[in-house]
Design a protein around this ligand. Structure first.
Ligand code: ATP
Ligand code: MG
Length: 491
């Protein structure tokens, strides 16, 4: 059974139970009041006659009835009835005496201006002695006794008690009221059913649709169920699950695309030197290189290409090992200024040969201690400085690479800033230079171009050091690469 049907069923059952219990309760009360099962049926129609007389009324009625039976003429004496009805006004009751069509006596406290035919007609058998009666918008219950005076004129003796018109109203409209209440119960039931199902069934249906979408592999949507209840919480966690799944699938796609690109790049970068080596080897075999000088030249090219390939394979290997976190790092505390001074001295000779001035400055006399793997960091710095020299315009007159060491006490780090006055990197290319195999358009395929792995490797190494690497550049003015490492206290 679906939740919707279950709810409809339970709501209907609840209504029926309510009706049944009200009915049973009514019946029990009626039996308790009337004391007789058979008369319950009459309860509604005859309810007025059941209303018991008050003791005052009972006494007055009995006394007056006694006189009426024995010596009716006595009732006509002045003061005869006045003494009998004395206690009645206290209970809103009074006596009435009718002779023929004339009201001979009416308890003054009732203030009734009556004519004889306004009372119920004579009924000498005295069967319906109790009933209700209304006159001039006032309501009374009564008990009566019809008799004959000695001269055979009919007479009536009434003990009347005024009741509230609302009880009369209730009696009159009871069936309609009961019907309305029943209707209210049914409408209320329907509204409640609608309200509860709306809060449960509709969101559940949406969740079902959402899970079907996910099953179909469509994750780019939003589970738009928001409410502050349990269903809302379920929807929220469902939405969270969809979001994460979506993100992980996206990431998977990204990885897949990267892997394909990597394969293409590797194949391309290995294929190019390989083709050249093959060509030159064939040239030698076919006797194209005739003189020993030519043969030397051919072999030199082959050797250079194998060096390129060897380096590429080394880089690739290092990169994937770094990627897998399988490269051991030998960290030690090093004084950065001294370390960099040695490194600059080592590189400067080769760079000066190529017309590039390399200079180190900053942080003189300040101890800058960092925890590094000497060889790995050396590799990073060499690649960055190499890049600066490599991408410098050949024609440029004043080629400079400046390395600055900057103490950054606010962030507890030290920066190595390598700035050149080369051609710079375009804003579009800049965010990508740390991607593996990325080479800006102008350097792709040029003789200067390497594998494009240098900065990707640098980034991984710096990350292993707990630091970060950033690049800034202005086309035509130069590029600055900044490595920031956490500073250490002296051991
Ligand atoms: N100082 C620089 N000036 C201009 N362009 C640069 C500079 N440094 C890096 N680039 C650009 O960023 C790209 C990526 O550099 P990266 O060091 O990763 O690769 P590569 O130098 O081409 O190859 P590899 O370092 O593996 O031999 C370079 O190809 C170049 O286009
Ligand atoms: Mg490089």
């Amino acid at each position: 059974m679906s939740i919707r049907h279950r709810m409809l069923f339970s709501f209907t059952l609840m209504t029926l139970l309510t009706l049944l219990s009200v009915a049973i309760l009514g019946l029990v009360m009626a039996v308790a009041i009337t004391g007789d099962f058979d008369r319950v049926r009459e309860l509604y129609t005859r309810q007025y006659s059941m209303k018991p007389l008050l003791p005052e009324e009972e006494t007055a009625f009995a006394e007056a009835k006694f006189v009426a039976k024995k010596t009716p003429e006595q009732l006509l004496l002045p003061d005869a009835l006045a003494s009998i009805d004395a206690p009645l006004p206290e209970v809103q009751a009074g006596l009435l005496l009718r002779k023929a069509e004339t009201i001979v006596y009416a308890t003054p406290a009732l203030r009734l201006q009556l004519h004889g035919d306004q009372l119920p007609p004579y009924e000498m058998a005295n069967i319906n002695v109790r009933d209700t009666w209304s006159v001039n918008g006032r309501f009374f219950t009564y008990v009566k006794f019809d008799f004959s005076f000695t001269d055979q004129t009919p007479g009536s003796l009434y003990v009347v008690r005024e009741t509230s018109p609302s009880s009369e109203f209730m009696a009159k409209w009871f069936p309609l009221l009961a019907g309305l209440l029943l209707l209210l119960l049914l409408v209320g039931n329907a509204l409640l059913y609608w309200w509860v199902t709306r809060g449960i069934v509709i969101p559940l249906r949406r969740l079902k649709e959402a899970s079907e979408q996910i099953r179909e592999g469509n994750l780019a949507f939003e589970v738009g169920v928001r409410s502050a209840d349990e269903i809302g919480a379920l929807s929220a966690s469902f939405e969270e699950m969809r979001r994460r799944l979506h993100a992980s699938v996206e990431l998977q796609h990204q990885y897949e695309a990267n892997r394909k690109e990597l394969m293409t790049n590797i194949s391309h970068d290995l294929k190019t030197p390989m083709t050249m080596i093959k060509g030159y080897v064939e040239g030698i075999r076919d006797g194209v290189a005739r003189t020993p000088e030519q043969l030397d030249a051919y072999l030199a090219v082959i050797s250079a290409k194998t060096v390129v390939m060897d380096r590429l394979i080394d880089d690739l290997f290092l990169f994937s090992k770094l990627d897998l976190g399988k490269v051991p790092f030998a960290f030690e505390q090093v004084e950065l200024r001294g370390y960099m001074a040695d490194l600059v001295e080592e590189m400067a000779f080769d760079l000066t040969e190529r017309g590039v001035a390399l200079r180190l400055h900053g942080a003189e006399g300040v101890p800058l201690r960092v925890r590094i793997d000497r060889d790995k960091l050396r590799r990073v710095i060499v690649n960055i400085v190499e890049n600066s020299a490599k991408y410098m315009d050949v024609e440029q007159p004043d080629k400079r690479v400046e390395i600055a060491l900057v103490d950054k006490p606010d962030e507890g780090g030290v920066s190595i800033e390598v700035a050149d006055n080369g051609p710079g990197i375009t804003a579009e290319a800049l965010p990508n230079i740390f991607e593996r195999f990325y080479r800006a358009e102008q350097s792709r395929g040029a003789s200067t171009g390497g594998s494009g792995l240098g900065l990707a490797i640098a980034k991984q190494i710096v990350r292993e050091h707990g630091g970060r690497i950033e690049a800034s550049s202005t086309v035509g003015r130069g590029t600055t690469l900044t490595i920031t490492l956490p500073k250490e206290e002296a051991e």
